[in-house]
Ligand binder design. Structure first.
Ligand code: PA5
Length: 330
């Protein structure tokens, strides 16, 4: 599974080779991204990049079978599902079509690919046969591709070329950092807390999901400054004292760094071990991809240290077998 993460440079190259393949007409009122789990993360990344770049369009993320009532025919909806079969995503997709939204599908296979092709909808297919969560760069870049090609640029092709070079240069460092983090967590087996500052809540969530799915552990996320208005009090009298903290910091953000320094005083005051992941990269996209790569690889390495198969997600499969009886029963 390590190879799927080490293959991110090839994913970027594949995405670049498809640049310009798909466009939508007109200027939407809002960009909506729907999807679940590893595919749903794409929406979080898009939201984070847009909100730090004064993007002219609002971005809404939907990780549910329900499409919020405010989404309508003026909106552009990206439907993301690696397998193309996830029921929540299919239901949101059908509802978006019913409401007359412009819909773009990003998938590798399955119902969504077939249906989009039949209906003549824009559809970008990504590499087949890997774990959905490891296809993050190609799925994210597919969305950035359609936006750029449609004159709604959030990230340009040039920036993606720069990302490719950055990742190539940083792969070795990311790998070593991931191994250190995995060993640190394994040697300090409390409940993992991923602590960060805005706008990197997306990385805390992505890290949580990666350690959930690949390493099979529960994880708590702490995001400052909101953390300082609730979680901080929870740290006064927790039931268990066994916690292990991983901090994610953008060193070029002095406010974010000071916020996490303050968090660290509380963690250390409680006697918890703390380790830092300092984000590398020159812009938000590079920092997000670097952080995601380190966290993904670390979660796989931790699974190996625990003698666990990182690929298998037994309980998700169990849920997917019965989800139609949960969501579709009247
Ligand atoms: O990474 C995973 O395996 C999961 O988080 C899936 O992404 C999630 O179950 C949704 O499936 P899909 O990405 O195929 O829509």
């Amino acid at each position: 599974m390590e190879d799927y993460y080490l293959g991110w440079i090839e994913q970027i190259e594949r995405a670049l080779s498809k640049w310009g393949c798909c466009r939508v007409e007109g200027r939407p009122r809002m960009v909506v991204v729907t999807g679940m789990g590893g595919s749903g993360c794409v929406g979080d990344y898009l939201y984070t990049i847009a909100s730090t770049r004064d993007y002219g369009l609002p971005v809404t993320v939907v990780k549910s079978h329900r499409l919020p009532g405010f989404i309508g025919s003026g909106d552009l909806v990206f439907t993301i599902s690696y397998s193309g079969n996830t029921l929540e995503t299919r239901l949101a997709y059908m509802e978006a079509l019913r409401r007359g939204c412009r819909v773009v599908v990003v998938t590798s296979n399955g119902y969504l690919e077939r249906d989009a092709r039949e209906k003549g909808l824009p559809c970008i297919t990504v590499v087949k046969g890997i774990a959905p969560r490891t296809a993050l760069p190609e799925m994210l870049l597919a969305v950035l591709n359609v936006l750029d090609t449609s004159g709604l640029t959030l990230v340009s092709r040039k920036e993606i070329e720069k990302l490719r070079k950055f990742l190539k240069d940083s792969m070795g460092r990311a790998y070593n950092e991931a191994v250190e983090i995995a060993e640190y967590i394994h040697e300090n087996p409390g409940v993992l807390v991923i602590a960060t500052h805005t706008p990197y809540e997306v990385l805390a969530i992505r890290g949580k999901n990666e350690f959930n799915e690949n390493s099979k552990i529960p994880v708590k996320t702490d995001v400052a400054p909101e953390w300082a208005h609730n979680d901080i009090v929870g740290w006064e009298k927790p039931y268990t004292r066994e916690w292990t903290v991983l901090e994610i910091i953008d060193p070029s953000d002095p406010v974010g760094t000071r916020l996490v320094d303050f968090m660290e005083e509380i963690y250390r005051g409680n006697g918890y071990p703390v380790k830092k992941l300092l984000l590398k990269g020159e812009n938000i996209l590079e920092k997000l991809v670097y952080g995601s790569l380190v966290l993904g690889l670390a979660s796989v390495k931790l699974a190996r240290l625990r003698g666990i198969d990182p690929l298998e997600t037994r309980n998700i499969a169990r849920y997917k077998e019965v989800v139609h009886t949960i969501l579709e029963k009247p």
